[in-house]
Design a protein around this ligand. Structure first.
Ligand code: TYD
Ligand code: MG
Length: 462
């Protein structure tokens, strides 16, 4: 008669022992050994995977599995260099209210419309609420399933049962590991706590790999950019996308922060409308639409985000000091670089901004942190401080060094092409710049002081 041998597995390190002990002999954790039969279905499914495989030549590894499948939402697929890979886990982070649920519902609907079975796990909103939103977005394909649940055990059961090829968990902070199943790995802390988020993600990642289902985790990020729980997940997932924008503007940016299946830096652009998110083909229209020309303090900058060039308006306002300390404030710019640029203006240009309040911003809810914005910031500040408006069709790009020199930037030809396309005819560029495209006058300047003098917005002679 075959003898059934009992095994005990450590829920922390995964090692097995024949005899139950209070402490795991491998990792030394207490009370982590569980009798094999008591393990939850996921651990058993993982067990079925061959974990003791031998090394194989890298060249013989089958890559057919890692083929991205388009979701049908073009801008989303562009950022993912093609689409979602089966078995991959993607984290989509963004501030509350930015449109994550809307974006992913559109992704699910597009995928379902192409005849696939997809599952939305809605842990924050009721099925009723989701249905109302889906109706706003268009027809609801039959292959789009919804599960309104917060328990990871229920999610695992649903995925096993329904066998979808795409699962979206909205959001990872709202799901938790319930204590109801005996022997199940329990996470301490309330839903949304780092322990819970990490434990839940751990199980969902294992589920994605075991069932080869493409999984998307939605994570809320707080204003200061710290993804409380989700930041702790970045190393566990294959891809991290950041969904950005200003809630008060309609433009939304989708960026790949980490991507195991392709390059990062690609940018997807959407516009939030009454019927969800639409792709934006010409961001210039949205970003420069309400621009006021002929007033001091504004200049246009061709910024690069991924493989796209975004022409944005940079604005500065210099006012007499309101408090005992001068105030420096930025929206969409790097605060440190503004302070540095102001120091250069004071020291090398002689602009009296030391005892002035300075505000600088990028219009349209876009963030530009690249050094190539320095020159445009310097010119906008100089223009506001001197009260001299810069020409309406002028753009500027260049990095400013601490000696007041203007340095070359990456992708200059692409930036120039885009400003020309949008009808700008003068661009202030570093002196070392190559010949520009036809139809644009390049104003080459070696230093900020020279650029300011050429544009007549320097300090007034006293
Ligand atoms: P939502 O996707 O719920 O954001 P998140 O999941 O990131 O918290 O959407 C947030 C906002 O988008 C909400 O304030 C309403 C707005 N919205 C539109 O403007 N148009 C639409 O078609 C939809 C569905 C939402
Ligand atoms: Mg949401």
């Amino acid at each position: 008669m075959a003898k059934t041998t009992k095994r005990h597995r450590c829920i922390d390190c995964g090692s097995t022992t024949a005899k139950w002990q209070g402490r795991c002999p491998t990792c030394g954790e207490w009370n982590t050994l569980v009798e094999e039969s008591e393990l939850d279905p996921l651990v058993q499914a993982l067990d079925a995977l061959d974990l003791d495989m031998m090394p194989v030549p890298l060249s013989s590894v089958d890559v057919s599995e890692a083929v991205a499948i388009p979701t049908g939402v073009e801008e989303f697929d562009r950022v993912l260099s093609g689409g979602l890979v089966p078995g991959s886990v993607t984290l989509v982070g963004g501030e509350p209210g930015i449109g994550k649920s809307t974006l992913l519902l559109q992704v699910l609907a597009a995928r379902a419309a192409a005849g696939h079975r997809v599952l939305l796990v809605s842990a924050e909103e009721s099925a009723h609420q989701v249905r109302l939103r889906a109706e706003r977005l268009g027809a609801i394909p039959p292959g789009l399933l919804i599960l309104s649940a917060t328990d990871v055990g229920a999610v695992i059961a649903a995925v096993t049962e329904a066998d979808p090829d795409l699962v979206v968990i909205d959001s990872i902070q709202a799901v938790s590991i319930g204590p109801s199943v005996p022997g199940e790995r329990r996470a301490t802390g309330a839903p949304g706590s780092v322990t819970q988020v990490r434990e839940c993600a751990d199980q969902l990642v294992a589920l994605a790999k075991a069932r080869q289902v493409a999984t998307v985790l939605v994570g809320h990020v707080t204003k200061d950019g710290s993804l409380a729980g989700p930041r702790a997940l970045e190393h566990m997932v294959d891809t991290v996308l950041s969904f950005e924008g200003d809630r008060h503007h309609s433009l939304r940016l989708l960026l790949a922060v980490k991507h195991r299946f392709g390059p990062t830096g690609e940018l997807g652009l959407f516009e939030m409308g009454d019927q969800g998110l639409n792709r934006v083909d010409d961001p210039g229209r949205l970003l420069l639409g309400d621009r006021l020309t002929g007033v001091p303090g504004g200049v246009v900058l061709p910024a690069v985000q991924g493989r796209r060039t975004l022409v944005v308006e940079l604005q500065a306002l210099v006012t007499p000091m309101g408090l005992a300390q001068p105030k420096r404030s930025v929206v969409g710019l790097d605060a440190g670089r503004l302070v540095m640029t102001l120091a250069v203006l004071v020291r090398h240009v002689g602009l009296p901004v030391l005892s002035m309040d300075v505000f600088a911003s990028v219009a349209g809810g876009i963030k530009v942190t690249e050094p190539a914005a320095d020159l445009a910031v310097a010119l906008a500040v100089a223009s506001s401080a001197s009260g001299v408006a810069l020409p309406a069709k002028l753009a500027a790009v260049g990095e400013v060094g601490l000696s007041g020199e203007i340095r070359q930037v990456t992708n200059l030809p692409r930036r120039l092409e885009e400003v020309v396309r949008l009808g700008f005819d003068q661009v202030v560029v570093p002196a070392s710049s190559p010949t520009g495209p036809a139809g644009v006058e390049l104003i080459r300047a070696e230093t900020v002081s020279e650029a300011v003098a050429r544009l007549g917005c320097g300090p007034r002679s006293r």
